[in-house]
Design a protein around this ligand. Structure first.
Ligand SMILES: NC(=O)c1ccc[n+]([C@@H]2O[C@H](COP(=O)([O-])OP(=O)(O)OC[C@H]3O[C@@H](n4cnc5c(N)ncnc54)[C@H](OP(=O)(O)O)[C@@H]3O)[C@@H](O)[C@H]2O)c1
Length: 321
């Protein structure tokens, strides 16, 4: 199953399809990563916040040790968590995350959210989540996004990360990054599915040479696992007549149509599955073409409905307001 690459604005190549590691269980993570590599996945989308970087690294190590793949054929992504935005925290936490994975560099390191929280010492709680050390209170740090971005650039210049990403940034923040960046970000990662299209934001990035990666491509599906009310109240995309109709016409599953809707528009996808059959299916999403009319009929399902908003988890940080 050949997966095309996207060329990033620094000349590096990023696979258009990868495997997302959020909610991949610790006890199965190493085997899942190993099996995903066997299945053909080369990009892994991890994060401090997912709490499974050590196990993911064990899966990678096993695959490399067995000669299934070389390190340079993989594209390993991790993210800087909100509690580590202060400039003196960025380097040490990145090095700790690299050690957890057993790697010398990340192919892409992403500012997870445009939210700077007060530092939590990893010996107190790791991953820290949204609360400070008392595990009850949310407190912002005084660090600006510009300061954090420059600390990311230092990691890039030192060769610890080979691309810089931003995530959950809005258009205004992207225009701002452009003002202060020494190295433009290579990628933006955003929630993107037919209920939350954000075409203007995608065009803004594509017009500036910033690649876009979609997360939560199946819309409400992922947030059912989080018992989120708005996900429970929303018809599942995989059961939507428009998606099912197009899937039947192409002999594909609804999940494949949802992923292809992005990849055909040059937007990378990182679906997560804890099931080997679905994991294999999700990689095979670049080999069929939908018509312009079909793509448009999917985009027309837009409801401007966002699930992954801190406020939906009860954290009063309305970054999308
Ligand atoms: N930057 C950010 O803030 C951010 C936020 C959220 C996510 N992400 C990244 O994006 C990745 C993907 O997003 P996500 O985990 O929210 O959700 P997702 O990939 O859209 O959806 C996962 C859900 O869909 C199910 N599923 C997967 N493949 C399927 C298939 N072929 N048919 C039917 N059901 C299928 C999974 O169940 P099974 O596991 O049972 O198959 C799971 O319930 C994450 O893992 C993470 O790496 C980033």
């Amino acid at each position: 199953m050949a997966v095309p690459n996207v060329k990033l604005n620094n000349g590096k190549q990023m696979p258009l399809v990868g495997f997302g590691l959020w909610k991949v269980n610790n006890d199965t993570c190493a085997d899942q990563v190993y099996n995903a590599i066997k299945t053909g996945y080369r990009l892994f989308d991890g994060a401090c916040d997912y709490g499974n970087e050590k196990e993911a690294g064990q899966g990678v190590k096993r695959a490399i040790d067995e000669g299934l793949v070389k390190r340079e054929e993989l594209f390993i992504v991790s993210k800087l968590w909100n509690s580590f935005h202060d400039k003196e925290r960025v380097g040490p936490i990145c090095k700790r995350q690299l050690a957890d994975w057993g790697l010398e560099y990340f192919d892409l390191f992403i500012i997870h959210f445009p939210i700077a929280l007060k530092y939590v010492d990893p010996s107190v709680r790791y991953p820290p989540g949204f609360f400070i050390e008392d595990n009850k209170t949310i407190e912002l740090s005084k660090t600006s996004l510009e300061t954090t971005y420059h600390a990311m650039e230092e990691l890039y210049d030192a060769g610890l990360i080979r691309a810089i990403g931003i995530s959950n940034y809005t258009g205004a923040l992207i225009l701002d990054v452009e003002r202060y960046a020494k190295h433009l970000p290579q990628t933006l990662q955003i929630e993107h599915h037919p209920y939350l299209v954000q075409q203007d934001l995608i065009d803004l990035c594509h017009n500036r040479g910033i690649a876009v990666t979609a997360y939560s491509s199946f819309g409400p599906q992922s947030f059912l696992e989080m018992n989120m009310q708005s996900a429970q109240d929303t018809p599942l995309l995989m059961e939507h007549d428009v998606i099912k109709g197009i899937a039947a016409k192409h002999g594909k599953t609804p999940a494949q149509v949802l992923l292809r809707w992005s990849t055909q528009r040059n937007i990378a996808v990182i679906p997560k599955s804890n099931n080997q059959t679905r994991l294999a299916q999700n990689l095979d999403v670049c080999g069929f073409e939908m018509s312009e009319a079909e793509l448009k009929s999917i985009s027309a399902l837009d409801k401007d409905l966002r699930f992954n908003n801190p406020t939906n988890y009860g954290f009063p940080i309305p970054i999308f307001s």
